[in-house]
Design a protein around this ligand. Structure first.
Ligand code: SF4
Ligand code: SF4
Length: 81
């Protein structure tokens, strides 16, 4: 399942999408984000992972480090006009 988080703040409008079927819960997005936007879900998926979720979406700068660094291509950051 793809979870979409809509950002609408002074730092711009965008959507952060996480494909939970691909996420392995490695935590790279949690550590790489300069604004600590991500955390881990409290619930195990059927595949046995605590997947990433967005916690502080209003802090997102749109830098796309999370999208670039995710080894499983789970994250997509799309700017909205
Ligand atoms: S970097 Fe990708 S695979 Fe790793 S926890 Fe984040 S979304 Fe999941
Ligand atoms: S785009 Fe940048 S600031 Fe926004 S969640 Fe990804 S790493 Fe964090």
């Amino acid at each position: 399942m793809i979870k979409n988080y809509r950002v609408n703040s002074g730092k711009g409008k965008r959507t952060i999408s996480i494909d939970e079927t691909l996420c392995k819960g490695c935590g790279i997005c949690v550590w790489v984000c300069p604004k600590k936007v991500f955390t881990f879900s409290n619930n195990l998926t059927s595949q046995g992972f605590y997947v990433a979720k967005v916690l502080n979406k209003r802090e997102c700068l749109g830098c796309r480090l999370c999208e670039i660094q995710c080894p499983d291509f789970c994250i997509n950051v799309s700017e909205l006009s």
